[in-house]
Design a protein around this ligand. Structure first.
Ligand code: GLA
Length: 373
Protein backbone atom coordinates (compact mmCIF):
# COMPACT_ATOMS: atom_id res chain seq x y z
CA UNK A 1 0.00 0.00 0.00
CA UNK A 2 1.25 3.51 -0.75
CA UNK A 3 1.84 5.97 2.05
CA UNK A 4 -1.18 8.16 1.41
CA UNK A 5 -3.70 9.21 -1.23
CA UNK A 6 -5.36 12.62 -1.50
CA UNK A 7 -8.44 13.83 -3.33
CA UNK A 8 -10.27 17.11 -3.67
CA UNK A 9 -14.07 17.13 -4.15
CA UNK A 10 -16.21 20.24 -4.62
CA UNK A 11 -19.44 21.50 -3.09
CA UNK A 12 -22.22 22.46 -5.48
CA UNK A 13 -25.00 24.85 -6.28
CA UNK A 14 -28.03 23.63 -8.15
CA UNK A 15 -29.00 25.94 -11.00
CA UNK A 16 -32.50 24.46 -11.10
CA UNK A 17 -34.37 21.23 -10.31
CA UNK A 18 -35.01 21.14 -6.58
CA UNK A 19 -36.26 18.04 -4.75
CA UNK A 20 -36.74 16.44 -8.15
CA UNK A 21 -33.87 14.01 -7.66
CA UNK A 22 -35.65 11.59 -5.34
CA UNK A 23 -38.65 11.74 -7.68
CA UNK A 24 -36.55 10.19 -10.48
CA UNK A 25 -36.57 13.62 -12.15
CA UNK A 26 -34.11 16.12 -13.61
CA UNK A 27 -31.51 18.37 -11.98
CA UNK A 28 -29.00 20.87 -13.35
CA UNK A 29 -26.25 21.47 -10.77
CA UNK A 30 -22.70 22.83 -11.04
CA UNK A 31 -19.63 22.09 -8.97
CA UNK A 32 -18.21 25.18 -7.23
CA UNK A 33 -14.70 26.30 -6.34
CA UNK A 34 -15.11 25.46 -2.66
CA UNK A 35 -14.31 21.89 -1.76
CA UNK A 36 -12.98 19.32 0.65
CA UNK A 37 -9.47 17.89 0.50
CA UNK A 38 -9.13 14.41 1.99
CA UNK A 39 -6.03 12.34 2.66
CA UNK A 40 -6.30 8.68 3.60
CA UNK A 41 -3.29 6.82 4.96
CA UNK A 42 -2.65 3.50 6.74
CA UNK A 43 -3.28 3.61 10.50
CA UNK A 44 -3.03 1.35 13.55
CA UNK A 45 -4.61 -2.11 13.12
CA UNK A 46 -8.36 -2.30 13.64
CA UNK A 47 -8.80 1.43 14.12
CA UNK A 48 -10.30 4.19 11.98
CA UNK A 49 -9.22 7.68 12.91
CA UNK A 50 -10.82 10.86 11.53
CA UNK A 51 -9.15 14.25 11.77
CA UNK A 52 -10.66 17.50 10.49
CA UNK A 53 -8.96 20.87 10.22
CA UNK A 54 -12.34 22.37 11.14
CA UNK A 55 -12.80 20.35 14.36
CA UNK A 56 -10.75 20.43 17.52
CA UNK A 57 -10.92 16.71 18.38
CA UNK A 58 -10.23 13.66 16.22
CA UNK A 59 -12.82 10.88 16.21
CA UNK A 60 -11.77 7.24 16.53
CA UNK A 61 -13.79 4.11 16.03
CA UNK A 62 -12.83 0.41 16.16
CA UNK A 63 -13.65 -1.25 12.84
CA UNK A 64 -16.11 -3.84 14.29
CA UNK A 65 -18.13 -0.95 15.78
CA UNK A 66 -18.74 0.53 12.34
CA UNK A 67 -22.53 0.04 12.16
CA UNK A 68 -25.18 2.05 10.24
CA UNK A 69 -27.04 4.88 11.97
CA UNK A 70 -25.02 4.65 15.21
CA UNK A 71 -22.57 7.48 14.64
CA UNK A 72 -23.53 11.14 14.67
CA UNK A 73 -21.58 14.27 13.83
CA UNK A 74 -19.26 15.06 10.95
CA UNK A 75 -17.16 11.87 11.21
CA UNK A 76 -20.21 9.74 10.39
CA UNK A 77 -19.81 10.83 6.75
CA UNK A 78 -16.24 9.64 6.16
CA UNK A 79 -16.90 6.62 8.39
CA UNK A 80 -19.92 5.81 6.20
CA UNK A 81 -17.72 5.90 3.11
CA UNK A 82 -15.29 3.39 4.62
CA UNK A 83 -18.21 1.23 5.75
CA UNK A 84 -19.57 1.31 2.19
CA UNK A 85 -16.14 0.28 0.86
CA UNK A 86 -15.75 -2.54 3.41
CA UNK A 87 -15.68 -5.28 4.63
CA UNK A 88 -12.07 -6.21 5.40
CA UNK A 89 -10.85 -2.69 6.00
CA UNK A 90 -7.34 -2.16 7.32
CA UNK A 91 -6.70 0.47 9.98
CA UNK A 92 -6.87 3.91 8.35
CA UNK A 93 -6.42 7.55 9.16
CA UNK A 94 -8.58 10.07 7.27
CA UNK A 95 -7.62 13.74 7.38
CA UNK A 96 -9.95 16.34 5.87
CA UNK A 97 -9.88 20.07 5.32
CA UNK A 98 -12.89 21.79 3.76
CA UNK A 99 -13.68 25.37 2.80
CA UNK A 100 -17.28 24.64 1.79
CA UNK A 101 -19.44 26.80 4.08
CA UNK A 102 -21.19 24.48 6.54
CA UNK A 103 -24.96 24.44 6.83
CA UNK A 104 -25.34 26.68 3.80
CA UNK A 105 -26.94 24.10 1.51
CA UNK A 106 -23.79 23.89 -0.64
CA UNK A 107 -23.26 20.14 -0.08
CA UNK A 108 -20.34 20.20 2.28
CA UNK A 109 -21.32 16.61 3.06
CA UNK A 110 -20.99 15.42 -0.56
CA UNK A 111 -17.63 17.19 -0.82
CA UNK A 112 -16.58 15.28 2.29
CA UNK A 113 -17.85 11.85 1.23
CA UNK A 114 -16.67 12.10 -2.39
CA UNK A 115 -13.16 13.27 -1.47
CA UNK A 116 -12.79 10.47 1.07
CA UNK A 117 -14.22 7.88 -1.35
CA UNK A 118 -11.74 8.87 -4.05
CA UNK A 119 -8.75 8.91 -1.73
CA UNK A 120 -9.64 5.59 -0.07
CA UNK A 121 -10.24 3.98 -3.47
CA UNK A 122 -6.74 5.00 -4.55
CA UNK A 123 -5.02 4.02 -1.32
CA UNK A 124 -6.70 0.62 -1.13
CA UNK A 125 -6.31 0.10 -4.90
CA UNK A 126 -9.96 -0.88 -5.26
CA UNK A 127 -10.18 0.28 -8.85
CA UNK A 128 -13.70 1.72 -8.54
CA UNK A 129 -14.87 4.03 -11.34
CA UNK A 130 -16.12 7.59 -10.63
CA UNK A 131 -19.69 6.34 -11.01
CA UNK A 132 -19.07 3.54 -8.53
CA UNK A 133 -17.61 6.14 -6.17
CA UNK A 134 -20.84 8.16 -6.54
CA UNK A 135 -22.73 5.06 -5.41
CA UNK A 136 -20.35 4.62 -2.46
CA UNK A 137 -20.78 8.25 -1.35
CA UNK A 138 -24.53 7.93 -1.69
CA UNK A 139 -24.62 4.67 0.26
CA UNK A 140 -22.61 6.36 3.02
CA UNK A 141 -25.16 9.15 3.34
CA UNK A 142 -28.34 7.09 2.87
CA UNK A 143 -27.30 3.82 4.46
CA UNK A 144 -24.85 4.79 7.19
CA UNK A 145 -25.61 8.38 8.22
CA UNK A 146 -29.32 7.73 7.60
CA UNK A 147 -30.09 10.89 5.58
CA UNK A 148 -32.75 10.11 2.92
CA UNK A 149 -31.21 12.40 0.29
CA UNK A 150 -31.68 11.92 -3.42
CA UNK A 151 -28.23 11.57 -4.99
CA UNK A 152 -27.79 14.83 -6.91
CA UNK A 153 -25.04 16.13 -4.62
CA UNK A 154 -22.73 13.13 -4.90
CA UNK A 155 -23.27 12.95 -8.67
CA UNK A 156 -22.26 16.56 -9.30
CA UNK A 157 -19.40 16.56 -6.79
CA UNK A 158 -17.88 13.54 -8.51
CA UNK A 159 -18.76 14.21 -12.17
CA UNK A 160 -18.89 18.03 -12.41
CA UNK A 161 -16.99 19.74 -15.23
CA UNK A 162 -15.44 23.20 -15.38
CA UNK A 163 -17.47 25.51 -17.61
CA UNK A 164 -20.62 23.36 -17.66
CA UNK A 165 -23.70 22.60 -15.65
CA UNK A 166 -24.54 18.90 -15.52
CA UNK A 167 -27.95 17.87 -16.81
CA UNK A 168 -28.77 14.73 -14.84
CA UNK A 169 -31.59 12.28 -15.31
CA UNK A 170 -31.94 10.95 -11.79
CA UNK A 171 -33.73 7.79 -12.94
CA UNK A 172 -31.20 6.53 -15.46
CA UNK A 173 -28.34 8.50 -13.86
CA UNK A 174 -27.35 9.59 -17.36
CA UNK A 175 -25.62 12.95 -17.36
CA UNK A 176 -24.90 15.53 -20.06
CA UNK A 177 -22.67 18.57 -19.57
CA UNK A 178 -24.31 21.78 -20.81
CA UNK A 179 -22.04 24.77 -21.49
CA UNK A 180 -22.61 27.57 -18.99
CA UNK A 181 -19.99 30.09 -19.98
CA UNK A 182 -20.96 33.16 -18.02
CA UNK A 183 -17.85 35.18 -18.89
CA UNK A 184 -18.57 34.97 -22.60
CA UNK A 185 -21.95 36.62 -22.01
CA UNK A 186 -20.64 39.10 -19.41
CA UNK A 187 -22.92 37.46 -16.89
CA UNK A 188 -22.35 36.33 -13.32
CA UNK A 189 -23.91 33.76 -11.04
CA UNK A 190 -24.08 35.30 -7.60
CA UNK A 191 -24.53 33.07 -4.55
CA UNK A 192 -25.89 34.73 -1.42
CA UNK A 193 -25.83 32.68 1.77
CA UNK A 194 -28.69 33.78 4.00
CA UNK A 195 -26.99 32.19 7.02
CA UNK A 196 -30.48 31.52 8.35
CA UNK A 197 -30.51 28.72 10.91
CA UNK A 198 -31.49 25.41 9.27
CA UNK A 199 -34.40 24.67 11.58
CA UNK A 200 -36.21 21.32 11.24
CA UNK A 201 -34.59 20.84 7.83
CA UNK A 202 -34.03 17.09 8.21
CA UNK A 203 -37.58 16.32 9.36
CA UNK A 204 -39.14 18.55 6.71
CA UNK A 205 -36.98 17.02 3.98
CA UNK A 206 -38.14 13.54 4.95
CA UNK A 207 -41.74 14.77 5.10
CA UNK A 208 -41.51 16.18 1.54
CA UNK A 209 -40.11 12.90 0.35
CA UNK A 210 -42.96 10.96 1.97
CA UNK A 211 -45.59 13.25 0.43
CA UNK A 212 -44.09 12.80 -3.03
CA UNK A 213 -44.01 9.03 -2.62
CA UNK A 214 -47.60 9.04 -1.47
CA UNK A 215 -48.66 11.22 -4.40
CA UNK A 216 -46.96 8.81 -6.82
CA UNK A 217 -48.69 5.89 -5.11
CA UNK A 218 -52.11 7.56 -5.34
CA UNK A 219 -51.51 8.26 -9.03
CA UNK A 220 -50.32 4.72 -9.68
CA UNK A 221 -46.97 5.81 -11.13
CA UNK A 222 -43.48 4.70 -10.17
CA UNK A 223 -42.44 8.27 -9.32
CA UNK A 224 -43.72 11.82 -9.92
CA UNK A 225 -41.27 11.99 -12.83
CA UNK A 226 -43.84 9.92 -14.71
CA UNK A 227 -46.47 12.67 -14.58
CA UNK A 228 -46.17 14.90 -17.65
CA UNK A 229 -47.00 18.58 -17.74
CA UNK A 230 -49.92 17.86 -20.07
CA UNK A 231 -51.26 15.28 -17.62
CA UNK A 232 -50.82 17.52 -14.60
CA UNK A 233 -54.39 18.86 -14.27
CA UNK A 234 -55.87 15.40 -14.36
CA UNK A 235 -53.32 14.15 -11.83
CA UNK A 236 -54.04 17.04 -9.48
CA UNK A 237 -57.79 16.34 -9.62
CA UNK A 238 -57.12 12.78 -8.59
CA UNK A 239 -54.78 13.84 -5.77
CA UNK A 240 -57.30 16.38 -4.49
CA UNK A 241 -59.65 13.53 -3.60
CA UNK A 242 -57.06 11.99 -1.23
CA UNK A 243 -57.33 12.63 2.53
CA UNK A 244 -54.06 14.62 2.30
CA UNK A 245 -55.24 16.15 -0.97
CA UNK A 246 -54.35 19.78 -0.46
CA UNK A 247 -50.77 19.00 0.45
CA UNK A 248 -50.27 16.35 -2.22
CA UNK A 249 -51.58 18.70 -4.92
CA UNK A 250 -49.04 21.36 -4.01
CA UNK A 251 -46.11 18.99 -3.68
CA UNK A 252 -46.82 17.22 -6.97
CA UNK A 253 -47.39 20.50 -8.82
CA UNK A 254 -43.93 21.67 -7.75
CA UNK A 255 -42.20 18.49 -8.88
CA UNK A 256 -43.95 18.22 -12.25
CA UNK A 257 -43.50 21.91 -13.15
CA UNK A 258 -39.92 21.91 -11.85
CA UNK A 259 -38.97 18.99 -14.09
CA UNK A 260 -40.41 20.92 -17.04
CA UNK A 261 -38.46 24.03 -16.05
CA UNK A 262 -35.19 22.09 -15.91
CA UNK A 263 -35.76 20.84 -19.45
CA UNK A 264 -36.68 24.36 -20.62
CA UNK A 265 -33.52 25.81 -19.05
CA UNK A 266 -31.39 23.16 -20.77
CA UNK A 267 -32.99 23.98 -24.14
CA UNK A 268 -32.35 27.71 -23.67
CA UNK A 269 -28.73 27.18 -22.60
CA UNK A 270 -28.09 24.87 -25.52
CA UNK A 271 -29.36 27.50 -27.93
CA UNK A 272 -27.24 30.21 -26.32
CA UNK A 273 -30.17 32.16 -24.84
CA UNK A 274 -28.66 32.35 -21.36
CA UNK A 275 -30.42 35.49 -20.08
CA UNK A 276 -33.78 33.97 -20.92
CA UNK A 277 -33.43 31.33 -18.21
CA UNK A 278 -33.98 34.08 -15.61
CA UNK A 279 -37.78 33.91 -15.43
CA UNK A 280 -37.60 30.10 -15.07
CA UNK A 281 -35.27 30.46 -12.09
CA UNK A 282 -37.64 32.92 -10.49
CA UNK A 283 -40.65 30.70 -11.22
CA UNK A 284 -38.80 27.84 -9.55
CA UNK A 285 -38.42 29.96 -6.44
CA UNK A 286 -42.12 30.82 -6.37
CA UNK A 287 -42.94 27.13 -6.71
CA UNK A 288 -40.63 26.20 -3.83
CA UNK A 289 -42.11 28.99 -1.72
CA UNK A 290 -45.81 28.47 -2.44
CA UNK A 291 -46.17 24.80 -3.40
CA UNK A 292 -43.26 22.89 -1.92
CA UNK A 293 -43.11 25.25 1.08
CA UNK A 294 -39.38 24.89 1.71
CA UNK A 295 -38.28 28.53 1.73
CA UNK A 296 -38.03 30.85 4.72
CA UNK A 297 -38.48 34.65 4.90
CA UNK A 298 -34.70 35.15 4.97
CA UNK A 299 -34.28 33.62 1.50
CA UNK A 300 -37.49 35.09 0.07
CA UNK A 301 -36.27 38.56 1.00
CA UNK A 302 -32.91 37.95 -0.68
CA UNK A 303 -34.57 36.75 -3.88
CA UNK A 304 -36.84 39.83 -4.00
CA UNK A 305 -33.93 42.19 -3.38
CA UNK A 306 -31.78 40.60 -6.09
CA UNK A 307 -34.61 40.80 -8.61
CA UNK A 308 -35.18 44.45 -7.70
CA UNK A 309 -31.47 45.05 -8.23
CA UNK A 310 -31.82 43.87 -11.83
CA UNK A 311 -31.12 40.12 -11.69
CA UNK A 312 -32.56 38.19 -14.67
CA UNK A 313 -33.72 35.54 -12.23
CA UNK A 314 -33.14 34.38 -8.67
CA UNK A 315 -34.01 31.36 -6.57
CA UNK A 316 -33.12 29.46 -3.47
CA UNK A 317 -30.75 26.57 -4.18
CA UNK A 318 -30.47 23.30 -2.26
CA UNK A 319 -32.68 21.47 0.18
CA UNK A 320 -34.26 24.56 1.72
CA UNK A 321 -35.26 25.98 5.10
CA UNK A 322 -32.40 28.46 4.90
CA UNK A 323 -29.21 28.20 2.91
CA UNK A 324 -28.31 30.09 -0.24
CA UNK A 325 -30.01 31.90 -3.05
CA UNK A 326 -28.50 32.26 -6.51
CA UNK A 327 -29.05 35.07 -8.98
CA UNK A 328 -28.17 35.40 -12.66
CA UNK A 329 -27.16 38.95 -13.46
CA UNK A 330 -24.92 41.13 -15.58
CA UNK A 331 -21.38 40.88 -14.24
CA UNK A 332 -21.20 44.63 -13.68
CA UNK A 333 -24.38 44.53 -11.55
CA UNK A 334 -22.81 42.27 -8.90
CA UNK A 335 -21.64 44.97 -6.42
CA UNK A 336 -24.99 46.78 -6.39
CA UNK A 337 -26.96 43.54 -6.12
CA UNK A 338 -24.76 42.33 -3.25
CA UNK A 339 -25.36 45.61 -1.45
CA UNK A 340 -29.10 45.43 -2.12
CA UNK A 341 -29.23 41.93 -0.60
CA UNK A 342 -27.32 43.08 2.48
CA UNK A 343 -29.59 46.11 2.89
CA UNK A 344 -32.75 44.03 2.55
CA UNK A 345 -31.58 41.53 5.17
CA UNK A 346 -30.59 44.33 7.55
CA UNK A 347 -33.94 46.07 7.11
CA UNK A 348 -35.68 42.91 8.30
CA UNK A 349 -33.25 42.35 11.17
CA UNK A 350 -31.88 39.16 9.60
CA UNK A 351 -28.28 37.92 9.92
CA UNK A 352 -25.96 39.66 7.44
CA UNK A 353 -25.74 37.44 4.33
CA UNK A 354 -22.46 36.43 2.70
CA UNK A 355 -22.11 36.58 -1.06
CA UNK A 356 -19.70 35.17 -3.62
CA UNK A 357 -19.63 34.84 -7.38
CA UNK A 358 -19.28 31.33 -8.73
CA UNK A 359 -18.97 29.48 -12.02
CA UNK A 360 -18.83 25.78 -12.86
CA UNK A 361 -15.68 24.17 -11.45
CA UNK A 362 -14.15 20.73 -11.95
CA UNK A 363 -15.50 17.66 -10.20
CA UNK A 364 -13.62 15.44 -7.75
CA UNK A 365 -10.07 14.47 -8.63
CA UNK A 366 -6.88 13.05 -7.19
CA UNK A 367 -4.25 15.44 -5.89
CA UNK A 368 -0.72 14.43 -6.73
CA UNK A 369 2.71 15.73 -5.96
CA UNK A 370 3.36 18.73 -3.74
CA UNK A 371 -0.34 19.66 -3.69
CA UNK A 372 -1.26 16.37 -2.05
CA UNK A 373 -2.25 16.10 1.56
C1 GLA B 1 -30.37 18.16 -0.71
C2 GLA B 1 -30.27 16.68 -1.05
C3 GLA B 1 -30.38 16.45 -2.55
C4 GLA B 1 -31.59 17.16 -3.13
C5 GLA B 1 -31.65 18.60 -2.65
C6 GLA B 1 -32.91 19.29 -3.09
O1 GLA B 1 -29.26 18.82 -1.22
O2 GLA B 1 -29.03 16.16 -0.60
O3 GLA B 1 -30.43 15.06 -2.81
O4 GLA B 1 -32.78 16.47 -2.81
O5 GLA B 1 -31.55 18.70 -1.25
O6 GLA B 1 -32.96 19.43 -4.47
Amino acid sequence: MREAASWLAPGRVNLIGEHTDYNDGFVLPLAIEYGCRATVSPGPDGLLRFVSAQESDPVEIRIPALQPERMTGWAAYPAGVLWALGPDLPGLTVTVDSDVPLGAGLSSSAALTCSVAGAANDLLELGLSPRELVAVARKAENGFVGAPTGGMDQLISMLGEAGSVLFCDMRSLEVRPVRFDLDADELALLVVDSRAPHQHADGEYAARRRSCERAAHVLGVRALRDVSLSGLDEALEKLARDSEGEELVKRARHIVTENARVNDVVALLESGRVREIGPLLTASHASMRDDFEITVPEVDVLVESLLSAGAYGARMTGGGFGGCVIALLDADAVPAATQAAANAAAARGFTAPRAFVTSPAAGAHALDGPDAG
